[in-house]
Design a protein around this ligand. Structure first.
Ligand code: HEM
Length: 412
């Protein structure tokens, strides 16, 4: 019998979304706090209800990110530690460090700054990629030909990475986020060794970028990181590398997944697509509904610093809980008929696709702007669109979404 906790550990489970959500619904109803002990995985308690995820997010002084935030097989964590490629990203920090490091780039990611710095660039990139879609002549694999590249270009713009490095950046991000997916993982290496090599490549690339921004600072985010001071001291190499890696990865596959999943939802709900074409003012709300609907970041862990009672069960100090953002976004006590895609949903923006609290996604506003810019450009030009083949999702338990979404369409 398949254990109910396997929907969090088995990367293949995320590739079958309908089955995944059916299993998560059962857990929300009957086992909202589930102890999971799977071979080869660290034990944890899984939370699937919206209010429970929020409760933990609201208590960062009790529930830490430092010890373990990504649910990985035990061997993989050990291989990373042994190779010295264990990272120190802001998602893996708690205060006071978290505050100091997040503060280095927080102003850059504020809505007002982004509107000034990124608005026209996003429009330009959205037009470029919608043109590219049109140039395919009416059929393309939207996930692998369009959705993958548009957010990648946005990230490269904010980090100041040159366009000639696009292919390399794409390959590294996919290897890092899809080590269990045969199509994405690093070829010719054992799984864990491949992952270590990928991280080393990332480090080597960003080390050169950092050295460049130290000698010639610009206005980009990379310069803020390379020249950043925390408590008056320059930040360490590991912290700087980890910062580039989290921006490059957190800002890429996540947004690609929301974009491809968002378009798929509009294709499967043609009345919603037509309504959005007639009422473009609904696009921001529709984008939030797409984020809820797709929940590209599936889950993160937190570690308790005290015995903590939830659902009448004491979780001992040092144990880990898993916050299932994907399950919480379909909680029927918060979202009426959660399995209905509703671009006019009145509380769509309450979704937890960006998490909540101190670690709330730093790039949330940028991601929303990217998605709005793309659909604002695409929808007025789109006459018709349908699914044109087998759609496939990535097998991964941190970020997952479509890797293949064949579509055929007519455009103006
Ligand atoms: C649709 C796109 C995106 C989704 C669904 C997403 C989702 C998330 C989630 C769930 C978290 C963790 C929140 C928590 O633990 O409560 C997070 C954190 C983070 N995200 Fe995003 N993200 C997206 C796009 C981006 C972009 C575009 C960037 C930047 C370029 C970015 C940078 C970050 C960073 C740096 C963190 C760590 C924040 C911290 O620990 O303080 N993300 N994101």
């Amino acid at each position: 019998m398949v254990s109910p906790g396997s929907i969090f550990t088995d990367t293949a489970a995320f590739a079958d979304e309908a089955a995944w959500h059916a299993a998560a619904r059962e857990l929300r109803r009957h086992r909202p706090l589930l102890r999971v002990e799977a071979d080869g995985w660290p034990p944890f308690w899984a939370l699937t209800r919206y209010d429970d995820v929020m409760e933990i997010e609201r208590r960062p002084e009790v529930w830490l990110n430092t010890r373990r935030v990504f649910l990985q097989p035990i061997d993989q964590s050990a291989a990373q530690k042994a190779s010295g490629t264990d990272m120190r990203m802001i998602i893996q920090m708690d205060d006071p460090d978290h505050k100091g490091y997040r503060g280095l780039t927080a102003a850059w990611f504020r809505p007002a700054t982004l509107r000034q710095t990124m608005d026209s660039r996003l429009r330009e990139l959205a037009t470029r990629f919608v043109d590219q879609m049109a140039a395919t002549g009416g059929t393309c694999d939207f996930a692998s030909e369009i959705a993958k590249f548009y957010p990648l270009h946005v990230i490269m713009s904010i980090l100041g990475v040159s366009e000639s490095d696009e292919g390399r950046m794409l390959r590294l991000t996919q290897e890092l986020l899809g080590p269990d997916d045969a199509e994405l993982q690093r070829p010719g290496e054992e799984r864990d060794q491949g992952l270590v090599e990928t991280i080393l490549d990332f480090f080597a690339y960003f080390q050169r970028l950092s050295a460049d921004r130290r000698s010639t600072p610009t206005e980009d985010v990379a310069s803020r990181i390379a020249n950043g001071l925390v408590d008056g001291e320059p930040i360490g190499d590991l912290e700087a590398m980890s910062y580039y890696v989290i921006l490059a990865t957190a800002g890429h596959d996540t947004t690609s997944s929301a974009l491809a999943g968002g378009l798929e939802a509009l294709i499967r709900h043609p009345a919603s697509r037509r309504r959005l074409q007639e009422e473009p003012a609904l696009i921001p709300n529709a984008v939030d509904e797409m984020l809820r609907w797709t929940s590209p970041v599936k889950q993160f862990l937190r570690t308790s610093t005290e015995d903590y009672v939830i659902h009448g069960q004491t979780i001992p100090t040092g144990d880990q809980v898993l916050l299932s953002f994907a399950a919480a976004n379909y909680d029927e006590t918060v979202f009426e008929e959660p399995s209905r895609f509703d671009i006019a949903r009145p509380n769509a923006d309450r979704h937890l696709a960006f998490g909540f609290g101190k670690h709330f996604c730093l790039g949330a506003q940028l991601a929303r702007m990217e998605l709005r810019a793309f659909f604002s450009e695409l929808l007025p030009r789109l006459d018709d669109i349908e699914i044109a083949g087998e759609c496939q999702r990535v097998q991964a338990n941190i970020v997952s979404g479509f890797k293949h979404l064949p579509v055929s369409f007519r455009m103006r």
